[in-house]
Design a protein around this ligand. Structure first.
Ligand code: ATP
Ligand code: MG
Length: 402
């Protein structure tokens, strides 16, 4: 015996000629998320994906892991009935028997009183049409489960019956996935990953649109601690549940911060540091073939994220900078962080490199000419090159726990 799950693709099903490609990518991603489970199969048939797992693997584990694959709209644990070579009546009798047993199980578990049947004939050569299949199943369930009544508007349980060519499926709930697009369908981006709440959410949101993620992290060791770095690795580890393997390029920004503090106006420190971060990230991104930079910035959240500051930050680089959180409120971002599981780690109180040389009154309306003038006192190119060369790479592999 095995457990069977029906997986529905959401948006990926709408992609016209690209549909088979998106579905193949999705199957690959599901397989990858289940790869350390033995005896699992993942196949697609007419717009649905069927996942089969050995019975000893808890259903919850499979649901959780498949639910985290971007591109999955919903999942249902299902009962499968072989109807190959059967006449319609015989087939419906077989399906009805399973449907009644299934409903009895649900009554036992949850004491439901009302139900409805949603029937679908995916195989148009099956001689009984969908509404009629629904009626027949409804009658069989009423007969087999005396406590139940039909309620088409607000049933305690909606039972789905799907008749296909050789098999029929009976299932109940649809468990929502994250939707989005399968990883790898939209290239790769470089996220500037701090240990805060925002940047992991930004990475998640871009991965959700099919983008592989890698990360650059800046620290100011020894002003920032080993624990602060571990926190970043932990955050990346949580993200791998959704994004797969992540490489982190970690860079000590201290030499640059010291140069800025010694040579430039104090109130410009933050914006100058940010422009260096962008340049370093961009150089690595270009070398590694990443298409975009990604940050967790949100308009107006802090001085370095006013519209004027963002314009000056952007002017340091030529790659597009994606800011998926730009119009979100902090509370929304925090809710999202809780949903994906990064929040508790993000709020651990470790210092970030940005806080090390925080000016008392940072400029909120920087002028590009002034900032460029300040930078002319530094050897920007040499500093950036040295930082890029000093990058240490850590590979965070996909966690398999659920
Ligand atoms: P977060 O919660 O993501 O840390 P934040 O609200 O603290 O963001 P800032 O510290 O101004 O905001 O940082 C804005 C963005 O710059 C971050 O979302 C992140 O993308 C990037 N960033 C900041 N600090 C670092 C760092 N130490 N390493 C890499 N990127 C960073
Ligand atoms: Mg931060």
């Amino acid at each position: 015996m095995e457990n069977i799950f029906i997986v529905r693709c959401g948006e990926t099903a709408l992609k016209g000629q690209n549909k088979p490609y998106f579905e193949r990518m999705l199957v690959q991603r599901i397989k990858k998320n289940l790869k350390d489970m033995d005896g699992v199969s993942v196949d697609r048939a007419d717009g649905l994906i069927f996942v089969r797992t050995p019975q000893e693997i808890p259903q919850e584990d499979t649901l959780k892991r498949v639910g985290r694959v971007f591109g999955v709209d919903s999942i249902s644990p299902a009962k499968e009935i072989e109807i190959k070579g059967m006449e319609a009546e015989e087939a419906l009798t077989a399906v009805g028997k399973v449907a009644v047993d299934y409903m009895l199980e649900i009554i036992e578990e949850r004491g439901i009183k009302t139900f409805k049947v949603e029937a679908k004939r995916a195989d148009k050569t099956f001689p009984v049409e969908s509404p009629q299949i629904g009626k027949i199943m409804g009658a069989k369930i009423l007969k087999g489960c005396k406590v139940l009544r039909v309620d088409v508007h607000n049933p305690d349980c909606a039972l789905y019956v799907n008749v296909r060519r050789d098999y029929a499926y009976v299932y109940e709930k649809k468990i929502a996935g994250f939707g989005g697009l399968p990883l790898g369908t939209n290239g790769r981006g470089m996220v500037l990953l701090s240990g805060g709440i925002d940047s992991p959410v930004a990475a998640f949101m871009m991965a959700h649109r099919g983008m592989y993620i890698e990360a650059v992290h800046f620290h100011s060791y020894p002003y920032t601690s080993e624990r602060a770095w571990e926190k970043v690795r932990d955050l990346a580890g949580i993200l791998t549940d959704y994004c797969g393997k992540i490489r982190i390029f970690s860079i000590n920004l201290l030499p640059i911060q010291e140069q800025i503090v010694q040579n430039c106006p104090e109130d410009e420190t933050t914006i100058l540091v940010r422009r260096f971060m962008m340049r370093i990230a961009e150089q690595i991104a270009k070398r590694e073939g990443d298409l975009m930079l990604i940050t967790g910035e949100s308009l107006g959240q802090v001085a370095s994220q006013t519209a004027a500051s963002l314009v000056v930050t952007d002017a340091a680089v030529s790659l597009p900078v994606m800011r998926p959180l730009i119009a979100m409120d902090k509370t929304e971002i925090m809710d999202r962080a809780r949903e994906i599981g990064t929040f508790e780690t993000s709020i651990q109180p470790f210092e970030d490199c940005c806080t090390v040389f925080l000016p008392k009154h940072p400029v909120t309306q920087p002028k590009l000419e002034r900032i460029v003038e300040s930078e002319s006192r530094l050897d920007v190119e040499a500093l950036v090159n040295a930082a890029v060369e000093s990058a240490e790479i850590s590979v965070i592999t996909q966690r398999s726990d659920v």
